[in-house]
Design a protein around this ligand. Structure first.
Ligand code: ADP
Length: 199
């Protein structure tokens, strides 16, 4: 395993297999999910996902934290990429981060329209597809769109978990998907969501 769970300040929840359920495939998928509370920039995974904006030139929230931690070389590479449409994903090096890569995806600004969920699902799907193309086995997601973009965390967490499980079902090369939540509140919501979806 290449990610480091011993970062101070983190608590992690590893979802156990269901030894008695007989649903081997399903339990293998749940075992690959992990929820953490803390700063995503400190994770030593193959890739962390950035909740970027369409310019890819940095911003506030997790985007700002990732640019600060990765260093100015990241901005230079992002300028060369030239932007990213909502729902799509682009990959850069991790530079000074412990993570080798950064996958930048642009979540929807929450509007209450049906397109919100489609675009947020695309973020997770396209980020994971890019992970597959780059031999990334461990990947950490923040709560995309759940900050300034205003997506309700309960709905967003269901999309994050469901889309990740569907992807894992047909793409076994991913060893671990971590959800890194900054706040205790969002961490608790993810734990609840996974509990409900497992039931
Ligand atoms: P968006 O514009 O997509 O809403 P934000 O960065 O505003 O993106 O927020 C997305 C989520 O990332 C929020 O839940 C916010 O609390 C969280 N966040 C902010 N900084 C970090 C960080 N360093 N690590 C993990 N999550 C973070």
């Amino acid at each position: 395993m290449t990610y480091n769970l011993n970062v101070q300040g983190y608590c992690n929840l590893l979802f156990p297999a269901f030894p008695d359920s007989g649903e081997v495939m399903k339990s293998e998928i749940w075992k690959k999910l992990e929820v953490l509370q803390g700063d995503i920039t400190r994770l030593k995974v193959d890739a962390i996902v950035n909740a970027a904006n369409t310019s890819l030139l940095g911003g506030g929230g997790v985007d700002g934290a990732i640019h600060r931690a990765a260093g100015p070389e990241l901005l230079a590479e992002c300028k060369r990429i030239g932007g990213c449409p909502t729902g799509e994903a682009k990959i850069t090096k991790g530079y000074h981060l412990p993570a080798k890569y950064i996958i930048h995806t642009v979540g929807p600004v929450y509007s209450g329209k049906p397109s919100d969920s489609r675009l947020l699902k695309n973020c997770y799907q396209n980020s994971l597809a890019l992970a597959g193309e780059n031999n990334i086995a461990t990947i950490a997601f923040p709560a995309i769109s759940c900050g300034v973009y205003g997506y309700p965390i309960e709905e967003a967490s269901e999309i994050a978990v469901n889309t990740s499980c569907s992807f894992l079902d047909s793409n076994p090369f991913i060893e671990k998907i971590l959800f890194a939540l900054f706040s205790r509140h969002n961490y608790d919501i993810y734990v609840d969501t996974i509990g409900k979806l497992m039931a």
